[in-house]
Design a binder for this molecule. Sequence first.
Ligand SMILES: Cc1cc2nc3c(=O)[nH]c(=O)nc-3n(C[C@H](O)[C@H](O)[C@H](O)COP(=O)(O)OP(=O)(O)OC[C@H]3O[C@@H](n4cnc5c(N)ncnc54)[C@H](O)[C@@H]3O)c2cc1C
Length: 335
Amino acid sequence: METQQVNPVDVLVLGAGMAGLAAAQILSRTNCTMRLIDKGHQVGGRVAARRIGTSLFDHGLQHFTARFAPFAQQLARWEREGKITRWANSFPGTDPLDSATSTPHYRVPGGMHLLPLSLASGMDVVLGCKALAVCQSTDGWHVHLDNGTKLQARALVVTLPAPQSIALMAAGGTVLPATIRDRLACINHARCLTVLAHVDGPTELPPPGAMHVGPEPLAWISDNHAKGVSEPPGAVTLQAGPEYSRQFWELGDDGVAFQLFGCAQKRIGRRLVSYQVKRWRMAYATSTIPETHLATDAPFPLVFAGDGMGGSRSEAAWMSGESAGQWMAERICRS
Ligand SMILES: Cc1cc2nc3c(=O)[nH]c(=O)nc-3n(C[C@H](O)[C@H](O)[C@H](O)COP(=O)(O)OP(=O)(O)OC[C@H]3O[C@@H](n4cnc5c(N)ncnc54)[C@H](O)[C@@H]3O)c2cc1C
């Protein structure tokens, strides 16, 4: 395939999940030209909703919570702007991944995808293009996409999950300083098997319509109608625990759906009508590093961000993206 070159920009942001969008928000306040690239057909990454028929399911991230003040303030700002609303302070059962009990848990009325969509509004975003390789050149960074296009920028923000970032650089023969490569290699993610189930009527889940179950095999059940996501009732999201997801990753969709629904049926109190299974290979970071970003100036500015840096979940992803965006803004504005 012939390579086409597109107009260069000052900075390319790879990945338009929470980390990429946070970095882009900071960079959009500078005078640099910036473009976001994502392989998905929507922005948001793991902050996602899927429509099946007339029903809508939050099928990745389920709620936003903050452990630390800066993200709590960010959530409060989004609440004031009407982007998110409070869902509950806690849910029946205990969350094995989150000790932040009895703090506000936020939802997005109409589906999780709407928050990243509004954050990306007005930005130069290229969707549906997978970055295959990042190469170093004399004039900056070259990013090769799967549609045969080559993008060029003087500076690069990479916000893919850490194992994918390492692979992307290696594919272009870009050798990272050991201080960055070794730290990225410390970040690992757990898998999550998710079932989007249609049932034959409103569920019997107690208020607020979602609960922790497990931790294994089933971790979480959520009624998307009670949550204000799906207009029609009977749209349920089931998420497996990390150990079940690892062990039964290769099991066919029918096996996963029947096993997980079997664990949920008594609580849901309805019959399974149809389902889809979503396999999240990198759901949430289980091994993390304390650094909120990893960066180098040579030969051109390059910074990595994403969940697993400074913690896990959306809070760490957002704060990491902001921290990377600030680092980059200082480089770009100075020169
Ligand atoms: C099932 C599930 C439930 C969760 N529940 C919660 C929860 O309740 N609360 C919470 O706080 N967190 C939760 N999380 C975790 C949270 O969603 C993530 O920590 C956070 O969204 C990560 O953001 P990110 O920007 O670092 O990564 P991502 O969202 O993964 O963004 C990376 C982006 O890079 C893109 N990309 C990847 N490779 C390429 C490539 N080669 N070329 C171009 N683009 C590429 C992807 O399409 C993606 O959009 C959950 C996650 C899952 C999967």
